[in-house]
Design a protein. Structure first.
Lengths: 695, 285
């Protein structure tokens, strides 16, 4: 009986397993496959390419058309959506180009695998509001027959492209090329909703399905090439003076490459056993509530393409990449690919500081300072995007914070762990500003929270990229305000819980397309709390958060009270006297008023802490639910307040003004005097003196 | 030897008329205090009772950034106020320069405040006119600057390396500074001649141009020597200032004193330059 029952149970489990696989395909059933072959013609800055796309319908919809991104048409003329948005924001100089410098992409042939010509059914569309019929970055291709559920379609394309002189994230300068968003790429089909295929906007990035890539790149023989994935073949044609590199990579959603004769290529191994100690594995395992074996890191081949003028910085680049591989791996999950290519972008191609799956660009200067974490910060950040965007592949058009905000938060943690605080990478005429003035060393999260309040009331963090008030609101909200909110969440929940949330989110949504709701769900599940109010307030709302100490009023308690009391006054009565005449001690009545200056509030079940220390060394604490506009706490003590601090543990980093969170009887007079004289008076004197000297 | 003579003369005159530096320092200080009053008020209101926790949430200076971002609505009005103060000081500077040049050119070493004011009044109109006439000269200098840096721009626009960009940027700055010294020196001469020969501005400019044809480069070389010395001593001030921390009251006071000493040093350098130029003109005219 038992055996029969077990057999039945196992059979049932197997049935449901296969049913699940059918309904929810595993990652190795790739939706898209690309086979590309491209030739770079440096003399004309053009690409000639052939592409085969195999696209599989994994939904239950019948799909009548396919929509392709043709990103480079954003650089074709001033009528593109991107150019118009740049002009509106007076940022047109960012992409304005002279004659011969514009970029474009043109499909010269588009057929099915059976040879049926699809060009007659292809037309440009403008799927976003406001509509722009002049934009040519989305091509809709009608199909002879709808693609059935489970069916695959093969598209064969030939296209030509002109590399823009220096477009956003892609471009060329002299013989240096950085090629990204260069091939026709299908949008993402969402069951029931149709194609998610947006125009190329000024402030948006990208969104595509995971795919297998095989790319052949033909360049002049003397060019050094770097690309996503692994180089599997290299052939040289001395007669034509060309070399062809073949790269392959599974399970990525984009493919970029670079070529320049000025690169030096250096390869090193990230040997996990040398980089991570057993003690570190144990500590991390305890933090994440996993076994050390589950968090073990693999070895990874690191490839660096660096310009010759920066060759003395090779060690700095690799040190930063090692730190990134180590800490992103330990905290969020092992890096699943065999290689990572780090590119010091070709000079003046406008392609620095950008991420692609298994590859990223950093950017540096010929003159560096030791106490400034550049290029380290950029390297760690762009590598980190391999996790947040590369593997957890959110829709960067619609919910950019899921990669930019999360990665800014992660970058800050890795940089702090690996390097500590750093000075800001400001320059004067190309020279580090720290050579002339003493700047403070700060952590990323300190800077993030400083700049966040300026946009807190403009837009919610969760806003489609092209719908932000302006580029500044987009940048400050999705990067820094989102990061500040996550740092606040970490302080609120504790380091352990937050670490587990991030790990679960990474591992659960690897090679998928999560949304904000998915992150909230994971946060709720892992923390065991309902954090909806937190996300509603800080991510979905646009309100300023500012609690502060409004006043601390102290008065000596009168020994004798005036007025009429219950009994008629009797001679020699003590009524009205609060204490015996011989007691000379003073008592103070202290009233501390707290205020909520901003519109945002803490959650309904939460409390804000107030810590008060008195001159006699005693301490008292109070709690406030923060829901009303103000509250007043009264104390009666034999001495005055020494200092009071609201939110003494600095949990609410989203608070826009921490300076009003404390009160000190003595204040910081010497520091204020220093600030006023060194930061204001002395520079003002010099400025006025210079002006008067001119006249 | 002549170089040493002129430099020595300039320094001696600077020392003998040090009181002028005191007057200027006081006036600049008053204007600066007025100019920064709104800023210090914001700081006092927001940080006057601030408690610096241990460990601190962030460097104290960042709280400054925070409160100014929280009070960014005062930026526009403040800039308007600053502009008005600068314009007022500009006008007053013409008067003060008239007084300074008046006293420096006169042979009497003793400086009385009343005489300083008298000279200011006496030469104000001519000095003001000189400022107005200097504007087209300034535009000419800028045009000349663009011409001079055109080869640098052509070089940096075609480079495949970052070094020329950095070198070019600093070269452009150097050219601009040198051209500014030419402009400043010429109009110092104009002012000296106005006081020396009590002439009107237009004839003075003709005299200055005529003088410059033969003597300008030698005088400019002396000017640049003083400028170089000023730069070196400024670097010393900067390095000494970095030795002290703002963490303690004593450190803050030392930095304040050093800062004011530097302002005073700038004013003293101005007197030295005027003294040097006056001596040179009087010997070689």
């Amino acid at each position: 009986m038992i055996k029969t029952k077990s057999t039945y149970l196992i059979s049932l489990l197997v049935f449901f397993f296969f049913l699940a696989v059918k309904l929810f395909p595993m990652n190795d059933e790739r939706q898209v496959k690309y086979d590309l072959s491209v030739e770079l013609l440096p003399a004309t800055q053009t690409l000639q390419a052939k592409e085969t796309i195999v696209w599989t319908n994994l939904t239950r919809d019948y799909i009548p058309d396919i929509q392709l991104h043709l990103y480079w048409n954003a650089f074709k003329n001033e009528l593109s959506t991107l150019a118009r948005e740049a002009r509106r924001e007076k940022l047109f100089k960012r992409i304005s180009l002279k004659k011969g410098e514009w970029g474009w992409i043109k499909i010269t042939s588009l057929t099915t695998g059976d040879g049926e010509d699809l060009m007659p059914a292809a037309s440009f569309i403008s799927p976003d509001e406001p509509a722009n019929p002049e934009d040519q970055t989305v091509l809709k291709v009608g199909l002879p027959e709808p693609i059935r559920p489970g069916q695959s379609i093969t598209l064969m394309l030939e296209f030509q492209s002109k590399v823009p002189r220096s477009g956003l994230r892609t471009g060329n300068y002299k013989d240096g090329f950085f090629i990204s968003q260069w091939f026709p790429k299908p949008g993402v089909y969402e069951e029931g909703n149709g194609w998610n295929c947006h125009e190329y906007h000024l402030d948006s990035e990208f969104f595509a399905d995971f795919a297998d890539f095989r790319v052949k790149i033909t360049v002049p023989e003397n060019f050094v090439v770097g690309a996503c994935g692994e180089e599997v073949e290299r052939t040289v044609d001395p007669a034509r003076g060309e070399a062809t590199y073949t790269y392959v990579q599974q399970n990525i959603h984009d493919f970029a490459w670079t070529a320049s004769p000025r690169f030096i290529k250096v390869e090193k191994m990230f040997n996990a056993d040398e980089e991570v100690t057993q003690e570190e594995y144990r500590e991390m395992a305890e933090l994440l509530d996993l076994s050390p074996e589950e968090i073990k890191l693999p070895d990874v081949r690191m490839i660096l393409l660096i310009e010759k003028q920066h060759k003395n910085q090779i060690q700095r680049h690799f040190k930063a990449l090692r730190a990134a591989l180590k800490y992103y791996g330990l905290w969020y999950g092992p890096y699943p690919y065999r290689t990572i290519t780090m590119v010091d972008p070709p000079f003046r191609t406008g392609s620095g500081g950008m991420e692609y799956p298994t590859m990223f660009t950093a950017g540096t200067s010929v003159i560096l300072a030791k106490d400034i974490l550049s290029p380290e910060s950029v390297i760690i950040h762009e590598f980190g995007h391999g996790y947040w965007y590369g593997m957890v592949a959110n829709n960067e058009f619609e919910e950019a914070w899921l990669d930019e905000g999360i990665n800014t938060y992660s970058t800050g943690k890795v940089v702090a762990k690996a390097y500590g605080p750093g000075k800001m990478p400001m320059r004067f005429n190309g020279l580090p500003l720290t050579w002339f003035i003493d700047l403070p060393a700060i952590y990323d999260w300190q800077l993030d929270r400083l700049v966040s309040p300026s946009v807190a009331e403009l837009d919610p963090i969760v806003t489609a990229s092209w719908k932000f008030y302006n580029s500044a609101s987009y940048g400050l909200n999705v990067y820094y305000r989102a990061s500040t909110c996550l740092n606040t969440l970490e302080r609120y929940l504790g380091e352990k819980t937050m670490a587990r949330i991030m790990r679960v989110f990474q591992m659960k949504y690897r090679f998928k397309h999560p949304k904000t709701d998915d992150f909230i769900r994971v946060a709720n599940e892992v923390s065991g709390r309902d954090l909806s109010w937190f996300f509603q307030e800080f991510f979905l709302g646009a309100r300023k958060f500012d609690y502060g100490i409004a006043s601390v009023d102290t008065r000596e308690k009168p020994r004798k009270l005036q007025g009429i009391f219950d009994d008629l006054p009797v001679k020699n009565s003590n009524k009205g006297n609060l204490e015996p005449a011989k007691n000379k001690e003073k008592n103070y009545e202290i009233a501390i008023t707290l205020r909520r200056y901003g519109q945002a509030r803490i959650g309904p079940e939460e409390k804000l802490g107030l810590r008060v220390e008195f001159e006699d060394g005693s301490m008292e604490t109070r709690e406030w639910d923060g829901q009303t506009r103000w509250v007043r706490f009264n104390f009666e003590k034999p001495c005055k307040v020494k200092f009071a601090v609201l939110d003494p543990d600095f949990i609410w980093l989203v608070d826009s003004n921490f300076s009003n969170n404390s009160y000190s009887a003595s204040g910081s007079r010497s520091r204020i005097l220093a600030l006023c004289s060194t930061l204001f008076l002395w520079p003002m004197q010099n400025l006025l003196l210079t002006i008067s000297s001119i006249l | 030897m002549r170089t040493a003579y002129y430099l020595g003369s300039g320094i001696r005159q600077g020392f003998s008329r040090l009181r002028l530096a005191v007057y200027l320092w006081l006036i600049i200080l008053i204007f600066s205090l007025i100019a920064i009053a709104p800023l210090t008020s914001v700081i006092r209101i927001n940080l006057g009772h601030f408690h610096l926790s241990q460990p601190a949430l962030m460097p104290f200076g960042l709280h400054l950034v925070e409160i100014f971002m929280a009070n960014d609505n005062i930026l526009k009005p403040y800039l308007s106020l600053l502009l008005i103060i600068i314009l007022l000081l500009g006008l007053l500077s013409v008067f003060l320069n008239a007084g300074v040049f008046g006293r420096m050119v006169k042979p009497e070493k003793k400086v009385a405040f009343r005489d300083f004011l008298d000279d200011g009044c006496r030469h104000f109109c001519q000095f003001f006119l000189a400022v107005l006439i200097s504007l087209p000269f300034f535009l000419l200098i800028l045009a000349f600057y663009r011409l001079l840096v055109w080869p640098v721009n052509a070089w940096t626009s075609q480079t495949a390396s970052q070094w020329p960009v950095i070198i070019g940027s600093n070269l452009r700055m150097l050219v601009l500074i040198l051209l500014w010294t030419v402009f400043k020196l010429f109009f110092d001469l104009v002012r000296i001649i106005i006081v020396f020969e009590s002439k009107k501005v237009i004839p003075v400019i003709r005299t200055a141009l005529s003088f410059s044809k033969k003597q300008f480069f030698k005088l400019w070389a002396l000017f640049l020597i003083v400028g170089f010395g000023f730069l070196m001593i400024s670097i010393v001030f900067l390095l000494v200032g970095r030795l002290f921390s703002t963490g303690s009251l004593a450190g803050v006071l030392i930095i304040i004193i050093l800062g004011q000493a530097y302002i005073f040093f700038r004013l003293f350098t101005k007197l030295v330059l005027i003294g040097l130029e006056t001596t040179y003109y009087s010997v070689n005219r």
